[in-house]
Design a protein around this ligand. Structure first.
Ligand SMILES: [Zn+2]
Length: 399
């Protein structure tokens, strides 16, 4: 097995799952197990200033010439499936058939038809008990692979390179303590996607909505004209939203409203919802629909009340990326140099790069050659992974 793949395997075996209930940064101490290893390895690769800061972010720099290019990947893994005891398996020269992961789980072509695109390639799969964690340890290993190549080839001229490995991306807190000064880059890339021909320069605008209904609780036998059920208040709010705008009906480039949590009793009941839309006008309209629906219900029941709180989660990076054409132009050039025809795609979600872009560091996203993230069916295409190391080398090299 080559050094690059060995590094990937080494990283996925370290449990770095984040935790959205912790309230600390990083959300889990175990993420630092990988971060500390990365600091050690970065130093060995001549990024001598590598360090782990108090918020669990690894920063490191490699002096070169010209632009200061940033490279970022996240150390944590998703919450849906455990990342403890990852037992990766190499499937050589994939034949296009189903891959049995364990007695219970099989990676089925019928369920994941895109597997056919990887015929003839070597795949790394799970044993069905965990996720793989290629999201985003493939991104980390790709960056480390490119740096290892530069160390082995001191004759190659390259840009000034700034590396950051961040915690807690999966819980949306990666950028919370991200320090642009410590990063010290002109523009950057997250290496955190799937398809390697894809440059992701656009993502959702995202709002989080919290509704809290205060009903009027009395004995139901004496409820006439008095009892107001908090559940039903929320249900009336929902009834006033367009029923064909949920994720089930969402179009390829459309948004949605989605209820993800309801909690309470007939007197007090809370509901959490997310709103997603690519356009500014669209997300504004969705926000107004909620406020109107709540106002309508509040007007109907003067003795009860629904509170509404709406918070921004992240913003579409397109508006920021469009102001600095350098990173996307560079990515296009690097992909073409490696025989790949670049495509642009909107991310139906967010990335740390969206928030970095808003903070002032324009950061589109590139692929890793890993697929089916956040679950036990996750896999890595080894040839695509290696190709991305070449792409990153092209990004940083000066010819
Ligand atoms: Zn990721």
């Amino acid at each position: 097995m080559d050094e690059n793949l060995k590094r990937f395997i080494e990283y996925v075996k370290i449990d770095t799952q984040s935790n959205d209930k912790a309230g600390t940064t990083p959300s889990t101490e175990k993420q630092k197990d990988l971060s500390r290893l990365l600091v050690k390895q970065l130093k060995e690769l001549d990024l001598t200033d590598a360090y782990l800061d108090e918020f669990g972010v690894v920063y490191a720099h490699l002096k070169g010439e010209g632009d200061r290019i940033g490279l970022n990947a996240h150390v944590d893994t998703a919450l849906e499936v455990t990342g403890k005891g990852v037992n990766p398996r190499l499937v050589e020269k994939y034949d296009g058939e189903n891959i049995k992961l364990s007695e219970k789980y099989t990676l089925e072509v019928k369920q994941f038809p895109h597997m056919k695109e990887h015929i003839g390639h070597d795949l790394i799969v799970t044993d069905g008990n965990t996720l793989l964690g290629a999201d985003d340890k493939a991104g980390i290993a790709i960056i480390m692979g490119a740096l290892a190549f530069l160390k082995a080839h001191p004759e190659i001229k390259h840009k000034n390179i700034s590396v950051a490995f961040t915690p807690d991306e999966e819980i949306g807190e990666g950028p919370l303590h991200f320090d642009l000064k410590k990063m010290d880059a002109d523009y950057a890339f997250t290496i955190d996607g799937s398809y390697i021909d894809t440059i992701e320069n656009e993502n959702y605008n995202a709002l989080g909505v919290h509704l809290k209904a205060h009903g009027v609780a009395v004995h139901p036998g004496e409820g006439t004209n008095t009892l107001i059920n908090a559940f039903l208040l929320l249900s009336e709010v929902i009834d006033n939203l367009p029923s064909n705008e949920t994720p089930y009906y969402a179009k390829e480039d459309g948004g949605y409203w989605h209820v993800n949590d309801v909690n309470g009793n007939n007197e007090i009941c809370s509901l959490s919802m997310i709103l997603r839309d690519f356009s500014k006008e669209g997300i504004q309209r969705r926000k107004e629909l909620i406020v109107e629906a709540v106002n309508k219900v509040n007007a109907k029941y003067p003795t009860a009340h629904v509170d509404v709180e709406i918070k921004e989660q992240y913003e579409n990076m397109k508006q920021f990326v469009d102001k600095d054409p350098r990173p996307c132009a560079l990515a296009e050039k690097a992909l073409k140099e490696n025989g790949i025809t670049p495509k642009y795609k909107k991310i139906k979600g967010g990335t740390d790069g969206a928030t970095f872009s808003k903070m002032g560091l324009v950061t589109p996203n590139l692929g890793t050659g890993s697929y089916n993230h956040h679950g036990r069916y996750e896999f890595l295409d080894v040839q695509e992974f290696n190709k991305m190391i070449d792409v990153v080398i092209s990004l940083v090299r000066i010819d």
